[in-house]
Ligand binder design. Structure first.
Ligand SMILES: Nc1nc2c(ncn2[C@@H]2O[C@H](COP(=O)(O)OP(=O)(O)O)[C@@H](O)[C@H]2O)c(=O)[nH]1
Ligand SMILES: [Mg+2]
Ligand SMILES: [Zn+2]
Length: 292
């Protein structure tokens, strides 16, 4: 019996990676009967029946499970934003960091198209997000800058690449591994129209070790359903050093007196855009709580 990782499911088969080999696996009757759905990223035990075929035996426990894209055991999400064309969407960026942290996934920021950006802009964004304790990479897929750093981050991990359309997600992955030949510059009309096409999700093995999924982004950008208003600010790691100094332990950092977070924003110690997004998300969380 081998232990492998599911890369994708496709017309009734699952493709399971074990060492450098990929096995086309079918399911045992019991798994079919129980209607177990295996996801890319799942660890499974399987019985090889030839050099390239096998039968899946059991699903091993999942560390986490993303719904959109449907992938299990994701360790980190590479949140890609371009510095220019399109301009950084900090609302989306902050939202993706929240979704990642809530699912116990490490967010890593990748600021791409550095070849088109001023140094000030890069330094400014780096400062804001490093203060929030995120690792920030600066890349140019076009000029092959920062690609080795990104390889170092992806090595031996299960990663998902997320971010708006056109920021360079596929270009970056092609720069990392040219034989991937992912399509560049495509804007999916179907997705734009909001049709619920089940998009094919797969984990791609990297030559240097590690698996990565190129996705159109987290297509469902709803905030986590089960999050409570008091929990939100804990998903803003840059607030950590201030939060404990607020007068009220229940402070939501909104209108309460002697709020240390708000004071830090006023003094310019915390980024205004982070705080604005926090307030916007807080409103949403409160509305969501009420609807239950
Ligand atoms: N100047 C510049 N253009 C880039 C860079 N990375 C990607 N692009 C361009 O941005 C567009 C969108 O790239 P793509 O990889 O398809 O973005 P995706 O939608 O996030 O996968 C394409 O025209 C790319 O050639 C970069 O580092 N610098
Ligand atoms: Mg793409
Ligand atoms: Zn406060």
């Amino acid at each position: 019996m081998f232990e492998g990782t599911v890369l994708k499911g496709y017309s009734g088969f699952y493709y399971v990676k074990y060492n450098q080999q990929i096995y086309e696996c079918s399911l045992r009757g019991k798994n079919r009967i129980k209607k177990i759905k295996f996801l890319p990223g799942d660890k499974v035990t399987f019985e090889p029946i030839s050099q390239e075929k096998g039968v899946i035996e059991d699903l091993l426990p999942r560390k986490n499970e993303l719904i959109r894209p449907p992938i299990a055991n994701v360790e980190q999400v590479i949140i890609v934003s371009s510095l220019v064309n399109p301009e950084p969407d900090l609302w989306l960026l902050d939202r993706l960091t929240i979704l990642a942290l809530w699912n116990d996934i490490k967010p890593i920021l990748c600021l791409n198209k550095a070849d088109l950006s001023s140094q000030e802009k890069i330094a400014n964004l780096k400062k804001i997000y490093e203060q929030a304790k995120f690792k920030v990479l600066v890349t140019s897929a076009k000029k092959n800058l920062g690609i080795d750093d990104l390889k170092g981050v992806l090595k031996d991990q299960i990663s998902v690449v997320a971010g708006a359309s056109g920021v360079g997600k596929s270009s970056i992955l092609n720069a990392i591994q040219p034989d991937l030949r992912l399509q560049i510059g495509e804007v999916s009309l179907k997705l734009k129209r909001g049709k619920h096409t089940t998009r094919h999700v797969e984990l791609i093995p990297l030559h240097f070790g590690g698996l990565v999924a190129d996705t159109p982004g987290f297509s469902s950008l709803n905030l986590p359903e089960d999050i409570m208003r008091e929990q939100l600010s804990f998903l803003f790691p840059d607030f950590d050093q201030y939060r404990n100094n607020c007068k009220f332990s229940t402070c939501l950092h909104k209108e309460e007196p002697e709020c240390s977070v708000r004071e830090a924003v006023q003094k310019g110690e915390l980024a205004q855009n982070r705080y604005n997004n926090y307030l916007a998300f807080l409103e949403e969380v409160i509305k969501q709580e009420r609807s239950y």
